[in-house]
Design a protein around this ligand. Structure first.
Ligand code: 26V
Length: 751
């Protein structure tokens, strides 16, 4: 095959490519491989100083369309294929890598996209799971998990590099880590290097499954192996590269390498760097610790205590004895440092790497990290004032905020070509290169109104067609769309939305809710397989959907759809076709949220609490253009201290009682699983590990229903409502991950 090293050659090769008699998968692989040759030919010499993003998860989604777009050949490819009688959309049938659970993994993918787009040398290191996040089927309203065998179509966007394999040593086995490189195309070509575990059957297990839980630790031993496996492969490779390029003078290691720890999952990389320096290269421990302190930076993504990883000392000692020794020595030097700083015993215990026979990955990351950052202003404030309060007292300069962002290339240009074209017409095309130009839309809201209303209608039509195809559910054209799509968690309060829907439904049925603009509530959510309450909430929503959608008294006005297998590709459709973005977590618990940003950029108003990045969204787009309700953080704190009494709220409010009682009064069936009773009890009596309604669903429910109804009423004034939506788009540039990555590049990585 001819060498493809330019756009012209790519298009020529595509033109001569025969399509007749080939399956979609064959064509997909052929075109992808042509694009890979073209893309890789654009790679330049590597940078001197590089940043590395170590992450257990990269939720990439479909690569095909995005990569063709990044390579500047998507439109021509679409046209060429059309001439050959192939509709490019057939490749939507081919799934891609879902190597992440949710926000944390998708953020990693957005960051890589932005860095490549900004010509910054940031590379990813992760795990090449054989099976990504499970595929979700819904059977009789219940979630059923199926394996995600994403490689069955081939993997044309990866290149296996067997010559760069590494040995990873555990006390009880040696595992080979084989890298697969996925190029990240943009102004430069960066690399996402995913390691695959090979060797014995036991060894291969390490990269078999992505952990589907993002709330609890499960399968501790395997998880520990996974974390060490990819951290050690990455650190080992960076050290080897350093020796090759600069010799064994490790003083300069941090001049060439910045390593970002995406949450606590890769934190063992710190211990591994010190282990290799002290054992293989005989660097003194103190010196090695200094090098680590200059190299690593840590991002925290959650304040939920269940997700802050601690490793049992005996487990670490058993399978990683040398790492165990390093961790104990780090604890020693930490204790010495605390003495110098004059910390009290209590303060030292609070920040300790080792306590109660466990190693705290968060405390290790905070101790060694050059910087520690949260992912939205409020979240960083909470880290400083509570989770890492003591550390903030002694190391205030480490702490920074880096509000998350999303890549506008996937989340606007690719998923909403119609809106992108409208922006071109309204403010010119400069925003495509530099997203800050989006702000110019603020002075062209009226000019964009008619066009925007048309675009939104078109994107809804596409979404409804997609939903019809995948769920079989019919949604009439004039409906406004409220969407809540995200992992299923009690703190995200999908259950509160379910109750609100029931109250509106009752109001429509008995005529107390009047002049209601026809509306559909769209849910998409996967639950961790072992998370009983989350699974019960999925069943509850599906029961509500059945009832509401089949009630001829109300179904011309209200519909509910739970889309199965919500993933990146579904999100691309939903964010573009939504009017109202539901972001209703209990204040203080959603670190940032990034779905909220995707909806905003596509012209949805936010109906949400003052939590995570919602706060910054309304700060920029205006409270008057969004719908904020519910208790704020300080009130939640007061409620926690005081005698919050959800049962009293229930008793006093007939609508709330109606909605909540449907869990137990036989309106809906959980097929005898007891799941609904469990949800009811959690709200009314609590459990051994929590007080009743610890996410304050009943406290916020009234103001939530009111906000939903206010939005509904406002939407009747089509132009005024569209103006609110446009103002959200106009102020969304701040939530581009280009902005976030520039901040990391300057404040953390110095690349
Ligand atoms: C923890 C664990 C514990 C062990 C089992 C597997 C597992 C997987 C993930 C996690 C941590 C999840 C943290 C997370 O996803 N945080 C989300 O990060 C987003 C990006 O910063 C942010 O927008 C969301 O608000 C935050 O919930």
């Amino acid at each position: 095959m001819a060498n493809i090293n330019g756009k012209t050659e790519f298009l020529q090769a595509l033109n001569t490519c025969k399509t007749e008699g080939k399956s979609t998968v064959e064509l997909y692989n052929e075109i992808s491989s042509l694009a890979m040759q073209y893309g890789l030919s654009q790679a330049r010499a590597p940078a001197e100083r590089n940043a590395y993003y170590l992450s257990m998860e990269f939720l990439i989604g479909r690569s095909f369309f995005n990569n063709l777009m990044e390579l500047g050949v998507l439109d021509e490819t679409r046209e060429l294929l059309k001439e050959k009688g192939v509709d490019i959309n057939v490749f939507e049938e081919i799934e891609d890598a879902a190597l992440g659970n949710g926000g944390l993994g998708r953020l990693a993918a957005c960051f890589l996209d932005s860095a490549a787009g900004l010509d910054l040398p940031l590379h990813g290191y992760g795990i090449r799971y054989k099976y990504g996040l499970f595929k979700q089927a819904i059977e009789n309203g219940f979630q059923v998990e199926l394996p995600d065998d994403w490689q069955r179509f081939g993997d044309p966007w990866s290149v296996r590099k067997p010559r760069e394999k590494r040995k990873i040593v555990f006390a009880d086995m040696v595992v080979t880590a084989v890298p697969y490189d996925m190029p990240v195309f943009g102004k430069r070509v960066n690399v996402l290097r995913l390691w695959q575990a090979e060797g014995s059957a036991e060894a291969q297990k390490i990269s078999e499954y992505l952990y589907p839980a993002d709330d609890t630790e499960e399968g501790k031993l395997l998880r520990l192996r996974q974390e060490y496996f990819f951290s050690a492969a990455a650190v080992g490779e960076l050290l080897d590269k350093h020796v090759k390029l600069h010799g064994k003078s490790f003083d300069s290691f941090a001049d060439y390498n910045a390593i970002q720890l995406n949450d606590t999952h890769p934190v063992l990389a710190i211990a591994e760097l010190i282990r290799v320096l002290t054992t293989k290269y005989k660097v003194a421990f103190g010196k090695a610790e200094e090098i680590a302190k200059k190299t690593f930076a840590y991002t925290n993504h959650t304040v939920m205590p269940e997700a802050l990883e601690c490793w049992g000392a005996s487990l670490v000692k058993k399978i990683l004895p040398d790492i165990y020794d390093v961790l104990l020595r780090l604890q020693e030097s930490q204790t010495a440092e605390f003495k110098r700083l004059g910390c009290s015993e209590e303060e030292a215990a609070d920040m300790a790497i080792y306590a109660n026979d466990r190693f705290s990955m968060a405390n290790l990351a905070v101790y060694v990290g050059r910087t520690v950052n949260g992912v939205a202003k409020l979240h960083t404030d909470i880290l400083k004032s509570s989770l890492f309060k003591t550390a903030y007292k002694y190391y205030p300069d480490k702490f920074q905020n880096k509000t998350n962002g999303i890549t506008q290339r996937r989340w606007l240009m690719l998923c909403n070509r119609e809106l992108s074209d409208l922006l071109d017409k309204t403010i010119g095309t400069a925003w495509r290169e530099d997203i800050t130009h989006l702000g110019e839309l603020n002075t062209h809201v009226d000019a964009a109104l008619n066009g925007f209303v048309k675009v939104k209608a078109e994107k809804k039509k596409q979404l409804f067609a997609y939903i019809k195809k995948h769920e079989g559910a019919e949604i009439p054209e004039n409906f406004i769309v409220y969407s809540q799509v995200k992992r299923l968690h009690e703190y995200k309060r999908q259950l509160m939305t379910a109750f609100a829907i029931l109250e509106i439904y009752k109001g429509l049925a008995d005529g107390t809710v009047k002049d209601f603009h026809p509306s559909v509530f769209v849910f998409g959510a996967k639950s961790a397989p072992s998370y009983k309450r989350a699974k019960a909430i999925i069943k509850f929503i599906n029961e509500i959907a059945n009832k509401v959608n089949s009630d001829t008294r109300t179904n011309a006005l209200l519909r509910v759809v739970f889309v199965k297998n919500y993933n990146v590709s579904y999100a691309e459709k939903i964010v573009a076709g939504t009017d109202v973005s539901l972001q209703v977590s209990t204040a203080g618990l959603e670190a940032s949220g990034t779905g909220n940003m995707k909806f905003m950029m596509n012209g949805a108003v936010t109906c949400g609490t003052m939590d995570g990045a919602n706060i910054e969204i309304v700060e920029l787009a205006g409270k008057e253009n969004n719908y904020i309700f519910g208790a704020e953080v300080d009130e939640i704190e007061r409620l926690k201290q005081g005698d919050y009494n959800p049962s009293a709220i229930l008793k006093a409010d007939a609508l709330h009682s109606y909605a909540v009682n449907t869990l137990i009064d036989g309106t809906f069936s959980d097929d005898g699983t007891g799941g609904f009773q469990g949800l009811y009890d959690a709200l009314t009596v609590g459990a051994s590990w929590h007080k009743p309604d610890h996410y304050f669903v009943l406290h916020d429910l009234k103001s939530y229903v009111n906000a939903l109804l206010q939005i509904n009423a406002d939407s009747n004034n089509e132009k005024a409502f569209a103006a609110k939506q446009i103002k959200n788009i106009a102020n969304s540039a701040h939530f581009s991950s280009d902005r976030t990555i520039k901040e990391y590049a300057v404040d953390v990585w110095q690349i």
